[in-house]
Ligand binder design. Sequence first.
Ligand code: NAD
Ligand code: ZN
Length: 355
Amino acid sequence: MFRNFKLVPNVIFGRGCFSQLDEIIEKVRENSNAWVVFVTDDVFKGEQLEKRLPLHDQDMILWVNAEDEPKTSYVDSLTQKVKDYASTQPCAVVGIGGGSSMDLAKAVSLMLTNPGSSVKYQGWDLIQNPAVYHIAVPTLSGTGAEVSRTAVLTGPEKKLGLNSDYTVFDQIVLDPELLATVPNDQYFYTGMDCYIHCIESLEGTYLNEFSKAYGEKALDLCRQVFIDNHPDRNDKLMMASFFGGMSIAYSQVGACHALSYGLAFVLGTHHGIGCCITFDYLEEFYPDGVKEFRKMMEKYNITLPRNLVKDLPEDDIELMVTTALGLDPLWENCLGKDWKNIMTRDKARSLFLKM
Ligand code: NAD
Ligand code: ZN
């Protein structure tokens, strides 16, 4: 069976295009009572971007914090705040920030129209009702969250997204100028998420021409950003993130993502840095990719944290292994159908112990 997957229907791209946001939203403000919720990364509180939000009188700014990766309990409380704000539904939810804020916006837009806790919907195609119209404005590029059909959430039992066609944004606003304030290390970590998406997709057994076309272009753009330090690097990274996301949408990620999910679930390690920590030990699976990654790391003057795992209690290490090995499709993409004979518990454990 081939997947028939949904794409973002409207995309605006270009430096300064954020100033067209009001005009874009205007189309869904159907009457004078219509209101919008701006799910905005609180790093922008008091900053220039806050002043540029096209707020109308009745609109709501919902500040969100990206220090921890999005949790189901956080999504539930944010959704409740929006419900308490007015007796009507907002006409649009706008997510402004990196992968965390975009995922929170996706999740809130879904939970406004689907009853109960977001925990109920962690999985594939469990969402019943279409979301409130939702828009993404990335301010950090690499995750591909702007194009994906998932909102990744950590719940009480698992880190698993709300995967559905309804999750896909209705509109994305890609303004490379918004990346100007990202700190160097964060720029690198999230950018490497994109680089690793490309390597895992292009080196995987699920590869097809669709994923290859997007993956090769995204990889080329990543090299222009992280090796050539191109003067238009923000424009390039924004498009790399989009294309990298498109590439994995029709293939899969691989070993690095599977293992980094183990780190995230047990230690709360953020996605971008977690992927970097893990990828550095995967030369065996992605020899050329890891070599190039190290070169990029040197160019960006990055030092990764080490020795995160070896002194952990045995139960934690076991939980990491179980979490990572639970992601069957990722391993099958990386190692083929016989993956269980290659990536044994002992092997996964030995990789974690190096980190
Ligand atoms: P993030 O959104 O967690 O943000 C990282 C840090 O950068 C935060 O402190 C944030 O405040 C700051 N930041 C963001 N934009 C900034 C700007 N312009 N200037 C200054 N600081 C800025 O980071 P991320 O790497 O983009 O996202 C990671 C999250 O995305 C994880 O929760 C991960 O699970 C999720 N993710 C989702 C998908 C998907 O398809 N939905 C894919 C990959 C990752
Ligand atoms: Zn990723």
